[in-house]
Design a protein. Structure first.
Length: 134
């Protein structure tokens, strides 16, 4: 038997007003937030906050960066700033000895597979200097 394979399975279904369920959800959440602001604050605060809430709801509903939603990008940025940085090598210049690399103290135990002693690095530096001078 032959079955027809659905096409465009990565495109979300449009529910109402050419909007997807996620987009309707963002606008519904913005509407609820606007109602709460209107209930508790004065008209001037409502207008000021309303512009901000409508802008954020529209941005979260429509903005896509490289195929990812704005909420995904905000999550990526949040994880980026919370994740620890690991520097494997740092170039340093010492006076009279030339250029050599030092292992960073913050390398995790998994990244410490190869350990190079300081003397070995200085010997390699001398060999490279000799080869460059020829």
């Amino acid at each position: 038997m032959r079955y027809q394979v659905p096409q465009f399975i990565d495109i979300e279904d449009k529910i109402a007003f050419q909007l997807t369920a996620k987009q309707l959800g963002w606008f519904a959440g913005g509407g609820v937030l606007l109602f709460v602001i209107w209930s508790f604050f004065s008209f001037a605060v409502f207008v000021f906050m309303g512009v901000i809430v409508i802008g954020m709801s529209a941005a979260l509903a429509f903005v896509r960066i490289n195929g990812a939603s704005l909420l995904d990008y905000l999550g990526y940025g949040f994880v980026f700033f919370l994740k620890p940085r690991i520097f494997v090598w740092r170039k340093t210049v010492t006076s009279g000895e030339g250029l050599y690399h030092q292992a960073d103290e913050r390398i995790s135990s998994q990244d410490k597979k190869i350990r190079i002693q300081k003397k070995e690095i200085k010997n390699l530096d001398k060999i490279v200097n000799i080869l460059n001078s020829q």
